[in-house]
Design a protein around this ligand. Sequence first.
Ligand SMILES: [Ca+2]
Ligand SMILES: [Ca+2]
Length: 338
Amino acid sequence: MTVFPAAHVPQVRARRIAWCGAHGGLGLALVWCAAAACQAGPQFQDGLRRVSGVDLGVTYSLAIAGDLAYVTDNQGLTILDIQNPERPERRGALAIGGASFGVAVRGGVAYLSSSSGGLVVADVSDSRNPAILGRLDDGGVGTRLWIEGSYVYMADERDGLEIVDVSDPRSPVKVGQLPGGGRGRAVVVDGAVAFLADPGRGVLVVEVSDPGRPTVVTAVPGTSSAWALHRHEDRLFVGRHGEGVAVLDISDPVAPQMMGSYFDGGEAQGVWGNGALLFVADNEDGVEVLDISDSGHPTKTASYPGARAAHDLVSDGAMVYVATAGEGFLVLRFSPEE
Ligand SMILES: [Ca+2]
Ligand SMILES: [Ca+2]
């Protein structure tokens, strides 16, 4: 649910585009994919640099839309203007009566999970004055979520996966829940299939063609401790808490195949990948960047331990926006030529 403005494309990227030729049309992420494919030998050197930060205390998750970052914390939501990444500015904040561990934003509306187990729908069209439109409280611990069509798919530490009809934002209605619950931490939806990260059972493939009856199809072997998810094209990136990251081939979404994995300590709580790079919010290890141009053999290419207690991140392949417990919101820049 993340959109990046073209203004965030760094100069180094422009040089690589010229070198490799045109690969436009499918977004910024493909540019890095193409750039990596054009080079031989070692592709990246350690090049993560701190750009700026905003001390928000403990932050948990984030979404980027346009020039704004939506960051969740112990009070709920803080909105930052990141048009100038070197000087993020606070816009507004929204207290929801507790912490929020996940956020998605679409069309001036923010969907926030609540640590008390429900969903909060907020009008953020005026970023200086966000306001709650509606909420659903059903217990559990809401974590990360995904919006698709009229539904929010929310992972829940008690209820597994919940599907909420938000066609009326003032009155969200839960229409489906995983039978038996589960420990949901993150969810990605791809058509009729949802991938749910459950640290107890691993990545669950859930059939969601009938939102009223989500059904587990399979659990992917080797993904126990699954905590974080990000999808790019036919690959699903999995952060495994205390077990590193895994790359899955989901070209057949109901039968994911393990392509490769990497672990050198840390607790991968947030992941963001494209064709060539995988950014990891590795909790006490900070932020790490893996070269995944060979998905079968990920290798670490950069790290920034200073992003202490990194919980989640979003990137466009160059700018990296991080929710941490150590310093709040951080902006890093990945420049592999440095
Ligand atoms: Ca719940
Ligand atoms: Ca690590």
